[in-house]
Design a protein around this ligand. Structure first.
Ligand SMILES: [Zn+2]
Length: 440
């Protein structure tokens, strides 16, 4: 039956989405993003007057972590500056400034405008959290995979390498050298300009793992049908059968290694980046993170230039939720994520859908032979089971099943039923959106 087939494909795609959301950003959200925030603000505080306090810095970091946190939508974190488009229906640049769309997702509206309005109305905590969400997206623009339409469902070696850097690693010592070299934050007129600046830098100067072959041919020349005309390799340096391709990076006069090359016995060359090329990841990250800090500090400056200093600060009391309310919220978040993810997919351009299907099918095959691995969700579930006993276990099972490809695939009608019932349960949210809305 037609409908059945459609449901199956849709669920495969959703399964893929679920998977990426839980895996692809597993490392970077907890480490890279907040560590870069620290450097951005250090650099900002050095150059401008309105210093952020340690508490405010924590809020910005928290926002940067939340932006990637499941079940918020990952595929709005892409922006290809060459084609001026995102991977899904909205680019990161548009997502960062689209309150209507953000309201549909768990976590709600954390746009640039919201940050400015909240601050001006005295809700500084919420404002700094939202600023962290926006800076997260600016930092994502420092990742070539995010600006070269490479959704990297199978992992991106640069992100993995970066995600494994410990806190305090010398690679995160960025602000200090910039200050010593007398580099100033980049000052641009609006947020769009920062997205363009960052995205062009990472798109034009670097490869992502999956965009080497569609840019250069086996001789290292830009292909006539290349998806991107950059980076161009201007020099190769060889030692036996291993070599590096070099490129002149924008803003620098010297050449940098951008790709590794191997020659087989017949002289056929392969250009690649993978987990065996940490020397290149190190070079990439140093250049890209530096740019993220220079531009990120400019974004913080733009933020303060855009707000009006409120005469008071409103501190909302933390709401204590009961255990059952938390479980209810979780179910609500899952359901609304799946709903919005599906909605987003339906509106996604063809190339995005094809690419997700292409990459998610092998992943799902792999999943079928390994236990279901929503590590974090399962850990939370285990904790709940311990506390709440067998009834809770049932609830948890139910909510894990919504996204699990191991289960019988329901028709979409069934999913509609689940959604309608459960969305009511999600009414007790930590931040009631409506009353919140009135203040801004
Ligand atoms: Zn992201």
């Amino acid at each position: 039956m037609h409908l059945r087939k459609y449901s199956l494909i849709a669920l495969l795609i959703l399964g893929g989405l679920v998977l990426i959301a839980s895996q692809a950003f597993l490392y970077s959200d907890k480490t890279t993003h907040p560590y870069l925030i620290e450097q951005i603000i250090k650099f900002y505080n050095y150059h401008y007057n309105s210093d952020l306090t340690p508490r405010q810095i924590e809020w910005v970091k928290q926002g940067s972590i939340n932006e990637d946190q499941w079940p918020r939508n990952w595929y709005y974190h892409f922006y290809d500056p060459v084609r001026n488009r995102g991977f899904g229906p909205l680019s990161a640049k548009e997502w960062a400034q689209n309150p209507e769309e953000q309201m549909k997702y768990p976590g709600g509206d954390h746009t640039w405008q919201r940050a400015i309005n909240d601050y001006s109305a005295g809700y500084k905590k919420q404002a700094f959290i939202s600023l962290g969400h926006v800076l997260h997206l600016i930092e994502d623009m420092a990742m070539p995979a995010h600006t070269r339409e490479d959704p990297h469902l199978n992992g991106e070696p640069l992100e993995e390498w970066t995600g494994n850097l410990p806190e305090g690693s010398s690679f995160y010592n960025i602000a200090h050298p910039l200050i010593n070299q007398d580099v100033k934050p980049k000052e641009l007129d609006n947020l769009d300009a920062y997205f363009d600046e960052m995205a062009n830098f990472s798109n034009n100067n670097f490869f992502s793992k999956n965009t080497i072959d569609n840019t250069i041919d086996e001789y290292g020349r830009v292909r006539p049908d290349a998806k991107y005309s950059e980076p161009k390799i201007v020099k190769e340096i060889w030692q036996d059968r291993t070599g590096y391709g070099y490129k002149k990076i924008d803003n620098y006069s010297k050449l940098f290694r951008v790709v590794k090359i191997e020659k087989d016995k017949r002289g056929k060359k392969t250009y690649f980046l993978d987990n065996t090329t940490p020397e290149i990841h190190a070079e990439y990250f140093s250049l890209l993170a530096r740019e993220a800090v220079i531009n990120g500090a400019g974004v913080v400056k733009l933020f303060f230039d855009s707000v009006t200093e409120p005469g008071y600060e409103i501190i909302e009391p933390e709401k204590k939720l009961s255990f059952f309310q938390k479980i209810g919220n979780k179910i609500g978040e899952w359901v609304s994520f799946l709903k919005s993810a599906f909605d987003g997919l339906v509106r996604s351009p063809d190339y995005a859908i094809k690419s997700i299907v292409k990459e998610s099918v092998p992943e799902l095959e792999h999943m079928a032979t390994t236990p279901w691995i929503f590590d974090e969700e399962l850990a939370r579930g285990d904790e709940a089971v311990e506390k709440g006993g067998p009834i809770i276990e049932l609830i948890i099972e139910e909510f894990l099943e919504i996204g699990s490809p191991k289960l019988e695939l329901p028709e979409f009608d069934d999913i509609d039923d689940i959604e309608e019932n459960d969305i009511e349960e999600s009414e007790f949210q930590e931040e009631p959106e409506e009353s919140y809305q009135e203040q801004s």
